[in-house]
Write a protein that binds this ligand. Structure first.
Ligand SMILES: Nc1nc2c(ncn2[C@@H]2O[C@H](COP(=O)(O)OP(=O)(O)OP(=O)(O)O)[C@@H](O)[C@H]2O)c(=O)[nH]1
Ligand SMILES: [Mg+2]
Length: 606
């Protein structure tokens, strides 16, 4: 069977470190390809379409779009740059033939730049480097290009990958040029470069073969499989088979077939090899499976997804307030929701445990799991989760744990303190670079275990003036004990409603997390003690009423405002014997054992 090219198609994936401007570049490409009506309001970060993405200002899910440039259709996949969502990149690189590697003109290549470039080069994608944010000044451009070249030397799998074009862009202004410092007016040089450099899809003639790379849902159409067609063609109502990972074959009928254009999916009568399509009607299909001609079912290589590194339990809420705020609270509802998530969230794992009410979830990092938790609570679910833990394994009888490369960019005055807190977390300094102007980049190897709970300590220690990035390096022998450095908790001693008087008393011992009027239960964590042990406090205690009205007694007590922990901070905060209770309305922290007697008994037994 011969090979053909489809000259009028290009498939590209956009990859970069977090915040280097991928979604902004897609915005500009969409706007300049004139797929919107002139008066259509489309806004910014168009591809970051889900609410959490918009709130957090980051991309979480990889997404497809397409533009037409000079008669050629360019299918574009925007990907997340945050390391916790790198499973998304692994899932979609197979749809593309070329990649745009964005590099921030000031920051230069960062840990995740390396990770995503390795993925792209390993799949044989043709790279184009785009040095972005050149509007921020181009003093470092030469150096950034040089460092990027070094990265290619390290990662390239073939000599021709080293011969890559470099463009200089401002995604924000919608400009790209081929020479640094040149005056530009639009993205034409980028579009031209894509047409010239990225090979059109090579396709084989023969019966249908396509790989499912994404799944989507539509309340009206049901499950939608997003696939790259490698061979043959597909039309509505075609008879096809789905071949799963274990080579089981099931027969199906295709519903409708769509291709991409801008933000829309266009219903088509036929789609051919080389294109990216969305197919309805296949309700039993999963990511990584092959859809093939029913008479000649031949499987395609699947999608390799790296293993999760962090786990926690997610279970039915067992607090005294259980069921008061959530719509879906039962074990069955939680299990169904988790299983639905597994279909699209490819780097996630969810397993049953010995207890029917508790599940074990595992993902690529704390944020990966936190986003799932936040999404579930917004969908009306109520549950409780435990502290995130690194996933260890035993190899040849030896305990191993995941280890990450940690890069910190900060100023000289933070070095001492950071070294101190990091050494307690078993981090090893591997490199330190001072630019001579007081800016330092420090690189460490640190067990994932040591990174859990590190973010908040890091932000406090550096007053937000430093940036940290991590990259999974792999499994290594156990690094040694890490003793938790958090102080004890202030734990509510009784059920009731917190009042100013009681909270003021608690503030004498530490920081409080709740406002007066908050309902509390015995065992709920209401603050952070200034000492190592937990202390029970009665935040519901009212001032004793006396008959004598003294002139000072009525002066209102001024409480320090409560410290409100976000979900990520709460997960960072809790220890092994504590839980976060998550409902659509509240986040509460609690001891696993609610009464003081139970906790005392447990301590004695230990
Ligand atoms: N000055 C300047 N800022 C830019 C440019 N491109 C993007 N930004 C800004 O950089 C920030 C991140 O941009 P995004 O487009 O969300 O970056 P991203 O790579 O999609 O980020 P993730 O998807 O989370 O990895 C935003 O505040 C943008 O406004 C640019 O060319 N110049
Ligand atoms: Mg983005």
């Amino acid at each position: 069977m011969g090979q053909l090219h489809r000259d009028n198609i290009r498939n590209i994936v956009i990859v970069a470190h977090v915040d280097h401007g991928k979604t902004s570049l897609v915005d500009a490409m969409l706007k300049q390809s004139k797929i919107f009506r002139d008066n259509q309001q489309v806004g910014q970060f168009i591809m970051d379409s889900n609410a959490l993405e918009r709130e957090k200002g980051i991309t979480i899910l990889a997404k497809n779009t397409a533009v037409i440039y000079r008669g050629t259709k360019i299918n574009i996949i925007d990907t997340p740059g945050h390391a916790d969502f790198s499973g998304e990149v692994e899932r979609v690189v197979k749809m593309a033939d070329g990649c745009l590697l964005l590099v921030d003109s000031i920051e230069g290549p960062m840990p995740q730049t390396k990770f995503v470039l390795r993925q792209a080069l390993a799949k044989g994608l043709k790279p184009i480097v785009v040095i972005n944010k050149t509007d921020r000044g181009n003093s470092r451009i030469d150096e950034v290009v040089r460092v990027t070249q070094d990265l290619f030397l390290e990662l390239a799998t073939s000599a021709d990958q080293l011969d890559f074009p470099v463009l200089y862009a401002s995604a924000k202004d919608g400009i790209a040029v081929t020479e640094p410092g040149a005056e530009g007016k639009d993205l034409v040089p980028l579009f031209e470069c894509i047409l010239q450099q990225v090979p059109p899809p090579v396709i084989e003639e023969g019966p249908l073969q396509m790989l499912v790379c994404s799944l989507d849902y539509d309340s009206y159409r049901g499950k939608i499989a997003i696939c790259r067609i490698y061979r043959g063609k597909v039309a509505p109502h075609d008879r096809v088979v789905v071949i799963d990972r274990d080579n089981n074959i099931t027969e199906h009928e295709v519903g409708q077939v769509f291709t991409y254009l801008g933000l829309n999916r266009l219903q088509v009568e036929e789609a051919k090899a080389g294109d990216i399509v969305a197919i309805t009607g296949l309700n039993k299909v999963s990511i990584g499976e092959t859809i093939a001609n029913w008479e000649q079912p031949e499987v395609l290589p699947g999608i390799e997804i790296s293993e999760p590194t962090v786990k926690m339990t997610l279970g039915v809420n067992t607090s005294p307030f259980a069921g008061l705020e959530g719509r879906f609270c039962t074990s069955r509802q939680l299990r169904e929701r988790l299983h639905r998530e597994l279909e699209t969230n490819v780097a996630l794992q969810a397993d049953d445990t010995d207890s029917a009410d508790v599940f074990l979830i595992a993902g690529r990092g704390e944020l990966h799991l936190a986003i799932l938790i936040e999404t579930m609570r917004r969908d009306g679910y109520e549950f409780q989760v435990s502290k995130p833990e690194a996933i260890t394994r035993v190899l040849d009888g030896k305990l191993q744990e995941p280890v990450e490369g940690l890069t910190i960019d900060t100023t000289e005055d933070n070095i001492g303190f950071l070294m101190e807190i990091l050494s307690k977390r078993q981090a090893q300094l591997t490199n330190m670079h001072n630019d001579g102007q007081g800016n330092v980049r420090m690189e460490f190897r640190i067990p994932t275990r040591g990174l859990i709970g590190f973010t908040s300590a890091f932000i406090t220690a550096t007053r937000g003036e430093a940036v940290m990035n991590t990259l999974i390096l792999g499994y290594e022998p156990w690094y040694g004990e890490i003793t938790p450095d958090r102080d004890g908790a202030l734990v509510a001693a009784a059920n009731g409603v917190a009042v100013t008087y009681g909270l003021n008393h608690a503030q004498g011992r530490g920081i409080t997390f709740i406002e007066p009027g908050t309902h509390v239960y015995e065992g709920m964590i209401v603050g952070l003690n200034s000492r190592a042990q937990d202390t029970a406090v009665n935040v519901c205690k009212e001032k004793k009423r006396t008959n004598v009205r003294s002139s000072t007694a009525d002066i209102a007590i001024k409480l320090t405002p409560a410290v409100k922990l976000s979900l990520e901070q709460a997960l960072d905060f809790i220890k092994d014997d504590e839980l976060v209770e998550v409902t659509p309305k509240s986040l509460r922290l609690r001891k696993k054992l609610l009464t003081q007697v139970e906790r005392l008994k447990a301590r004695h037994a230990a």
